[in-house]
Design a protein around this ligand. Structure first.
Ligand SMILES: [Mg+2]
Length: 216
């Protein structure tokens, strides 16, 4: 994929899930089933019947959290519960290539994190991947603040914390509707990972290709 440098960037913001690591299909499916089971139980619904309805509704919302909220449930809380019970290190491990990339990026740029999820869970994932969460500042964990991307609030909070012009900041994520749209809505630049986006300033096949944009 052809990439060109993004000019004048001082800070690089990163999404975590699907961006720093690819969610293994098996893990994603197991987590999805657990969430549905939990919600069906809570609502006193038949699990199979509920699952079918839930998945249709999720196609519209494009978010598990928002779908759960639409049933009057607390999506953030359910994800936290399911995530806390999950043996993450059975599915994820240290990623040496990612560790090297982050070490190189942090010498040239301020790195920060904006992610849906809670600090407790995200910091656990970073550790499993071999990263040190202190390398990222600020770390904005949307669920701890009652936010959800693509709301502008977490992006504005990063601008405020770093006191940079948004054009000097780029946000990197794996979802156009959540990550790219959120960043662009406040004037930040955006890179999409794992797909192509016309709205993004750059698209790359995976996180490792950030090297071509920011380190060459
Ligand atoms: Mg993501």
């Amino acid at each position: 994929m052809k990439t060109k440098k993004l000019a004048g960037i001082k800070a690089i913001g990163l999404d975590v899930d699907g961006t720093l690591y690819k969610m293994p299909t098996k893990l994603s499916a197991i987590m999805g089933m657990k969430v549905i089971k939990w919600a069906a139980e809570k609502l006193g619904r038949d699990e199979d019947e509920f699952a079918q309805e839930y998945l249709e509704r999720r196609d519209n919302y494009r978010s598990n959290t928002l779908t759960l909220n639409s049933y009057g449930l607390n999506g953030e809380e359910i994800f936290q519960k399911v995530g806390d019970e999950f043996p993450l290190d059975q599915f994820l491990g240290r990623d040496e290539k990612l560790v090297i990339l982050i070490n190189n990026l942090k010498r040239k740029y301020q790195l920060f994190i904006i992610t849906n999820g809670t600090g407790r869970q995200v910091e656990k994932k970073l550790k499993v991947l071999g990263l040190n969460y202190h390398d990222f500042e600020p770390r904005i964990y949307c669920y701890d603040q009652g936010w959800i991307k693509p709301e502008p609030a977490p992006f504005l909070a990063a601008i405020e914390a770093l006191q940079l012009r948004p054009e000097a900041m780029v946000y990197v994520g794996d979802r156009e509707d959540v990550d790219v749209e959120g960043a662009k809505s406040v004037g930040m630049k955006a890179v999409l990972v794992g797909g192509t986006s016309r709205l993004a300033d750059q698209s790359v096949v995976d996180i490792y290709h950030l090297r071509d944009i920011f380190l060459t």
